[in-house]
Design a protein around this ligand. Structure first.
Ligand code: G3P
Length: 221
């Protein structure tokens, strides 16, 4: 399963990229609005730091505007994936951009039928938002199961990019279902590394090493 980071924060992107964890990045206007500086520079910088796919989102709601913005976004780098909303104009732009060889991520997916239509339009990725479904009392992960089954039934190559992830259990469940990608807020990726027994175990190893050193002051590893 690929891991993307769901952020426009350059510090976080560099940090996790240096650990070799990142296969790509997803951004959106809300994530960009949280960062200081010129968003254009931020988007360009992200495409340079990350070798994998970087989703950058259009803000036009009309087909022609989406096409113009999509082509401008693509100028930031060959690894740019144009993110369009799940609307009729978004699907038309998905079809046109994909036909021109520009990969598309269809975002704001909340139903299996929306995912099916986005795949038919040629999307490289569909982004179902599971946390926002959980927030309104629906089972977000059930949507991932449905999309996986439908895409497998018909051999769609479109990848399921699980978005709006809130906690590490979402990641485990998405991986068990066979989602292609999870896009994680930095805080969730941070939590995935941690376990209390790892912390306690390391503290014990270091304490025992100190005891060893007390009897052998010159000891080194
Ligand atoms: O990638 C989409 C994601 O950023 C949405 O997450 O937490 O705003 O529902 P959230």
């Amino acid at each position: 399963m690929k891991i993307f980071l769901d952020t426009a924060n350059l510090e976080s992107i560099k940090k996790f990229n240096d650990m070799g964890l990142l296969d790509g990045i997803t951004t959106n206007p809300s994530l960009l609005s949280k960062e200081k500086g010129n968003p254009k520079n931020t988007m360009e910088e992200i495409t340079k730091i990350i070798k994998g796919d970087v989703s950058l989102e259009v803000v036009s709601t009309e087909y022609s505007g989406m096409m113009e913005e999509g082509k401008r976004l693509r100028e930031y780098g060959d690894n740019v994936v144009v993110k369009v909303p799940m609307t009729p104009d978004g699907l038309k732009a998905c079809k046109s951009l994909s036909s021109e060889g520009i990969p598309v991520n269809v975002t704001l997916i909340f139903s299996p039928n929306q995912a099916l239509l986005a795949a038919k339009s040629g999307a490289k990725y569909v982004s179902p938002f599971i946390g926002r479904l959980d927030d309104i009392g629906q089972d977000g992960m059930h949507l991932i199961e449905d999309i996986r089954e439908i895409f497998d039934n018909y051999d769609f190559e479109t990848e399921i990019l699980v978005a709006s992830i809130r906690h590490p259990i979402h990641v485990v469940d998405a991986a068990k279902i066979g989602a292609d990608v999870v896009t994680l807020p930095p805080v969730v990726l941070e939590k995935m590394m941690q376990h209390p027994l790892t912390k306690i175990g390391l503290e014990n190893f270091l304490a025992d090493w100190e005891k060893l050193k007390a009897g052998n002051p010159d000891i080194k590893i």
